[in-house]
Design a protein around this ligand. Structure first.
Ligand code: NCD
Ligand code: ZN
Ligand code: ZN
Length: 365
């Protein structure tokens, strides 16, 4: 990978003074290693926003019904490609939704398909469309053994659903209760702890062998749990796992900007129509695809680590997934722009992160 190029005014390096307005940052085109593109009416907007920034995307399978089989992933992939705007490109990296009835032969088919890159574990009831997901992970152990043999990674929504565990502690408890035994049982299985939110997760990943990596979202790097209650209840800041305390956010920023190859970009951009968020029982999920890379740039700028954005966004992910790094490049300009208050999506609207407010970086036209 070439080194990222920085153009003054102001320079874009690690100095105490940040880059000036108009500074440009050019880096290898990034990939999104965790995104919800949805299906049907919502698909076109999510695909267009993702393709504008990313070359490839690990596409989450939690549709209703979920994508559990290779032939379903193939059909979904075709719908994603058909939804691309004219001239746009995106390589969807498909995943399968793990259930207690997933078979080892499906794992073999997934590996042979060339289009399925991982299986996704959701604990039943943890988040959007997980009613069909896993109740007892031990029932999946034979399939996990097949994944280990076929070298197909397992992606983890790392939260317990035990109602006696405080909802802010569910990620930390997952590490002890499920991830530690999993790593002991399958030392050769590559796993990604998705959308980590706690210091405990950062420390766990750092202390683990290279078979374990983690994705970090822009919203967990930018916001702490105060953002859920800022002047009133803020449904558009509600996602799973929940935003955590400020000290956890600081640990995530240190992990993302620290240069370790174990952490990489995964937006978890998760669109829901506005009415499903602004509801007496609102859905979890934050839409960030409209400004994903730009929001990460804000985080890295504030941490005086813009020179580390390229590794996090464009290098560590492909290295972990054993895919080539992208060849083309993308340029960001330090120039504020205002996010629209809503984005039309398939006859509905969604409310994006930063709605009506300013983002400090934009994509070069
Ligand atoms: C995601 C969704 O809406 O699909 N929601 C979320 O809050 N992150 C599901 C998920 O990634 O857990
Ligand atoms: Zn999740
Ligand atoms: Zn997700």
């Amino acid at each position: 990978m070439e080194t990222p190029s920085f153009e003054a005014p102001g320079g874009v390096g690690r100095g105490a003074h940040g880059p000036g307005q108009g500074a440009r940052l050019t880096l290898t085109r990034p990939d999104d290693w965790h995104v919800h593109l949805r299906d049907g009416a919502m698909l076109a907007q999510a695909v267009a926003d993702t393709a504008r920034r990313f070359a490839r995307a690990i596409v989450m399978p939690n549709l209703d019904p979920p994508i559990g089989k290779v032939h379903e992933a193939l059909a979904y992939r075709a719908r994603i490609l058909a939804a691309l705007p004219a001239g746009a490109r995106l390589e969807p990296l498909m995943t399968l939704y793990l259930t207690e009835t997933t078979t080892s032969s499906e794992v073999a088919r997934a590996q042979a398909s060339g289009i399925v890159h991982a299986l996704k574990y959701y604990p039943a009831g943890a988040t959007t469309n997980t009613a069909h997901a896993v109740r007892d992970l031990r029932r999946c152990y034979p399939v996990l053994a097949a994944m280990e043999r076929h070298d197909l990674p397992l992606l983890l929504h790392g939260e317990v659903t035990d109602p006696s565990v405080d909802v802010f502690d569910r990620e930390a408890v997952f590490l002890e209760r499920h991830l530690s035994p999993l790593m002991r049982a399958f030392p050769g299985l590559r796993m990604v702890l998705e959308h980590i939110t706690t210091r405990a997760a950062v420390e766990f990943v750092n202390a683990s062998p290279d078979t374990l990596a983690a994705t970090i979202t822009a919203h967990h790097l930018l916001l702490d749990r105060n953002a859920l209650f800022d002047g009133g209840l803020r449904p558009h800041h509600y996602c799973r796992p929940l935003l955590k305390r400020a000290d956890h956010r600081a640990a995530l920023v240190a992990a993302a900007t620290g240069g370790s190859p174990k952490f990489f970009l995964g937006t978890d951009s998760a669109p829901h129509p506005r009415h499903a968020k602004e509801s007496s029982c609102g859905c979890a999920g934050i839409y960030t695809a409209h400004a994903a890379l730009e929001l990460y740039a804000e985080v890295f700028e504030k941490a005086h680590a813009l020179d580390r954005l390229e590794g996090f966004a464009s290098g560590n992910g492909p290295d972990f997934y054993r895919l080539p790094r992208n060849q083309d490049r993308i340029t960001l300009v330090k120039e504020p722009w205002r996010v629209p208050s809503t984005i039309p999506a398939g006859g509905d609207v969604l409310v994006p992160l930063r709605a009506g407010e300013v983002v400090g970086w934009r994509l070069a036209r």
